[in-house]
Design a protein. Structure first.
Length: 544
């Protein structure tokens, strides 16, 4: 199963947003009630490698945003949704040669639209402007000159600012366009046409210095939004609730180093006194990167006692002879739950705390308010474990982005909040067939090399998620002067917004060559490295 963030309905929405039925509308209203908002935005994902960064910027602002498939979204459906505004991302296509599928009638609804790069070119062409191949393309950081600082999009911002450009086409000036900014080689770097706004650069990336402010001006200035996810109020309420429940009792926290359990740790930090909170980090099927983050941010704290438990042998015993991915998930759950139960008893814990989200409950078949039967999308490792002491799951009415918003409010380091998603069953789902000690060691080594190289080359933040898989395939290899055989390792990386759809990430060939060389040299069993170039759909993001 793939990994995603956001409420479970978004899985359906990305597949069926073109058919906004009464049931779909009711699901959206349910989520709005969960988020305490009557407003929503729609992000039309046109395939940019930066789409997930747009979603992160909107998350930081606390606005509720649905992600839409341009091939399915129609003007009639947008009218039913009544969004505050729409954002059209960039993408690899060209409006001249291979325009992406999109219902241009959406532009005529009168709803504010902000087109970014390709999204801008789409509406500019719709209103009669010419989009042509640029004689001088713009890639990298350039200086934007705001020619109309009174325009709402740039209100209060400097007239000169660095922005990231990445385009080969440009928009020609036209009487229908009110040009509000230029760059050296783009005479229309930002413009508007009534309710349509556009920028040729990418405000979602860190190289664009005032990007977050631009998103804020569009959402709250141009679109007139007033609702933000009340992260401060929600965080305060959760801390107060935890104080009432915990009092002077002890809490055992399952801590993975991911964003969700880290947010729970910081909520409990506001609740407990020294000696009340012990965090358990379970080793064995984790990535090498995980323990490093846990030790870096949670080791040596006076408000939390960190205990790392090596459960490798227990995992291997439970997984012996198990080959089906679902069965491996079940086996992993058994060990995970047992370790927490034992540690709770050893600590004398009155509660076990986990970073369980509403998403986890919903996808596991729980949490349906009507008590109607709910399908189990996938079995999460942290739900329905039946501990002997009560559970504390303060995020069980939150989704991924709202949990992150709470985390930012209470001081969780950003590096923890934006780490690549990782499945609860860990490396179990990145090993084909039976999980043995040797194959687990290989998976950890491969992941360590891959993530280390992504960080070193500055690529980690440009992809949504990446992984290395130990396959069952064996290839003929030659190492030294002898013929040999070796396991095939499969790498993948994706660009995505929320994980429910994804495009394979076009990592540089030199980077992949370097990673392959390290893996075949440093992991003796590996004979070859391959790279997956399939999108989701049809594949899922995780291998299993």
């Amino acid at each position: 199963m793939g990994v995603g963030s956001g409420f479970a309905i978004i899985y359906n929405m990305t597949q069926t947003l073109g058919r906004v039925t009464p049931d779909v509308l009711e699901e959206i209203r349910d989520e709005q009630r969960l988020r305490q908002t009557k407003e929503l935005f729609v992000l039309v994902s046109l395939g940019s490698q930066f789409d997930h960064l747009i979603k992160q910027q909107l998350d930081r602002l606390g606005v509720f945003c649905l992600v839409a498939d341009p091939a399915q979204l129609r003007a009639a459906d947008v009218a039913k949704l009544r969004p505050q505004g729409l954002i059209l991302s960039g993408g690899p296509a060209s409006v001249q040669v291979d325009p992406p599928p999109f219902d241009a009638a959406i532009f005529d609804l009168g709803i504010p639209v902000w087109g970014i790069c390709l999204g801008f070119q789409l509406w500019a062409q719709h209103v009669g402007a010419r989009v042509v191949g640029a004689p001088q393309r713009e890639f990298g950081t350039h200086i934007l000159t705001v020619t109309k600082p009174s325009a709402k999009l740039f209100a209060g911002l400097p007239r000169l600012m660095p922005v990231l450009e990445s385009h080969g086409d440009r928009i020609e000036p036209n009487g229908a366009l009110e040009v509000i900014a230029t760059t050296e080689h783009a005479p229309v770097a930002a413009a508007r046409h009534h309710h349509l706004w556009g920028v040729q650069f990418h405000p979602e990336v860190t190289e664009t210095e005032f990007g977050l402010q631009l998103f804020e001006r569009f959402c709250f200035g141009i679109c007139g939004a007033t609702d933000r996810f009340p992260a401060a109020d929600v965080a305060t309420a959760k801390v107060e609730q935890l104080k009432r429940m915990v009092g002077d009792k002890k809490v055992l926290l399952a801590l993975s180093g991911g964003s969700d359990s880290s947010v729970v740790a910081y909520l409990l930090r506001e609740t407990v006194q020294p000696g009340q909170l012990r965090a358990v980090y379970i080793k064995g099927i984790d990535r090498p990167d995980d323990e490093r983050f846990v030790q870096r941010y949670f080791g040596g704290q006076d408000w939390l006692e960190l205990n790392a438990i090596d459960a490798t042998n227990r995992f291997l015993k439970a997984l012996a002879g198990v080959e089906r991915m679902h069965d491996k998930r079940v086996a992993m759950r058994g060990v995970y739950g047992s370790v927490l139960e034992e540690e709770a008893k050893a600590f004398g814990a009155d509660f076990i705390a986990q970073g369980t989200l509403y998403t986890d409950l919903s996808e596991s078949g729980h949490g349906h308010a009507t008590q109607a039967r709910k399908a189990q999308i996938k079995l999460h490792h942290n739900t329905g474990l039946g501990f002997s002491v009560p559970e504390l799951t303060p995020l069980d009415n939150c989704v991924k982005d709202s949990a992150r918003a709470i985390g930012r409010q209470i001081g969780v380091p950003e590096e923890l909040l934006v780490r690549h998603p990782f499945p609860g069953p860990g490396l179990v789902v990145r090993i084909e067939g039976e999980v043995t000690g040797d194959r687990l060691r290989m998976a950890r080594a491969l992941d360590g090399i891959y993530i280390e190289e992504l960080r070193k080359e500055g690529l980690y933040g440009t992809v949504w998620q990446a992984g290395a898989v130990v396959t069952r395939s064996v290839t003929t290899a030659t190492k030294g002067d002898d013929a040999a055989s070796g396991v095939v390792a499969a790498l993948w990386a994706v660009w995505s917004v929320n994980g429910f759809t994804a495009q394979w990430a076009e990592l540089p060939a030199d980077f992949l060559r370097s990673v392959s060389r390290r893996m075949t040299n440093e992991v003796p069993e590996v004979g070859a490295v391959v790279y997956r170039i399939s999108d989701k759909p049809p594949v899922t993001i995780e291998w299993g």
